[in-house]
Design a protein around this ligand. Structure first.
Ligand SMILES: Nc1ncnc2c1ncn2[C@@H]1O[C@H](COP(=O)(O)OP(=O)(O)OP(=O)(O)O)[C@@H](O)[C@H]1O
Length: 250
């Protein structure tokens, strides 16, 4: 089943068109990767999926994005609700300057959960979900800034999980991490797809090939090709995809 569908999605920053006629169906419980050269619109497209671009001055979006069949740009849609359901993890880990516990409890508290028992439970479940619980269970009250970069990124994933999303958008989540932390996050993503749908922007083609089920190749604001990852990397159907994945440009 498809969890997100876009129909003829177009986006302009002022007079510059960053996305052109994107039609995509993102399947549930899979990892979908976006690849393509710098500036081709991968992050812009990712951010439209939970309306993170709304606040950019001069932005104009046309076309349609359906989440569980509902148009997310319809006037009745509560953007806070949308961002709970479609969570986001950024390139650089961005822990809040507070304890690990408070980082994770932040979202649930904001959304009205104040029972100590419930919060304890959510914090534990979220940290377990992000494969971090065993490493931090004895230091929950310590500052999150004391964690390593890789731990901070898994904590940011736990923070996204704490408000019970069903889609996780990840914008180059490992590009600031060392190889071992990267491997841990890649393993984690494979676990996460059992319960969530994961969409990841990556600069690293090997990473897309290793972890994703489907890959979309972007070029100059267009989605050139979208297919099962294995097929895309072995038998791309568009010459431009082939040139990119064989390193002839980009
Ligand atoms: N806030 C903005 N205002 C104006 N132009 C923007 C803005 N954000 C992005 N752009 C432009 O839109 C195009 C797509 O940018 P985007 O960041 O989506 O590309 P990307 O494929 O994610 O690139 P990278 O891999 O370098 O992160 C680029 O030409 C970029 O300069």
């Amino acid at each position: 089943m498809d969890i997100i569908t876009t129909n003829n999605l177009e986006l302009w920053y002022g007079s510059f068109q960053a996305l052109k006629g994107i039609d995509m169906k993102i399947p549930e419980h899979q990892i979908t990767a976006f690849i393509g050269p710098s500036g081709c619109g991968k992050s812009t497209f990712l951010k439209t999926l939970n309306r993170m671009n709304d606040l950019v001055p001069g932005v104009k979006i046309t076309g349609e994005i359906l989440y569980h069949g509902q148009d997310i740009y319809a006037p009745e849609v509560d953007v806070t609700w949308l961002r709970k359901r479609v969570g986001m993890v950024f390139q650089k880990p961005n822990p809040f300057p507070m304890s690990i516990y408070d980082n994770i409890a932040y979202g649930p508290r904001l959304h009205g959960t104040h029972s100590k028992a419930e919060l304890n439970d959510l914090v534990e479940q979220s940290l377990r979900g992000a494969a971090l619980w065993d490493e931090v269970k004895d230091r929950l009250k310590k500052s999150a800034l004391g964690l390593s970069g890789g731990q901070q990124q898994r904590m940011c994933i736990a923070r996204a999980l704490s408000v019970q999303p069903d889609v996780l958008l990840m914008d180059e989540p490992t590009s600031a991490l060392d190889p071992i932390s990267t491997m841990k996050i890649e393993e984690l993503m494979s676990d996460l797809k059992q319960q969530y749908t994961v969409v990841i922007v990556t600069h690293n083609m090997q990473q897309a090939a290793r972890i994703s089920d489907r890959t979309a190749f972007f070029l100059l604001g267009e989605m050139v090709e979208f297919d099962e990852t294995e097929r895309m990397f072995s038998m791309p159907s568009d010459k431009r995809t082939e040139d990119y994945i064989t390193g002839r440009f980009g």
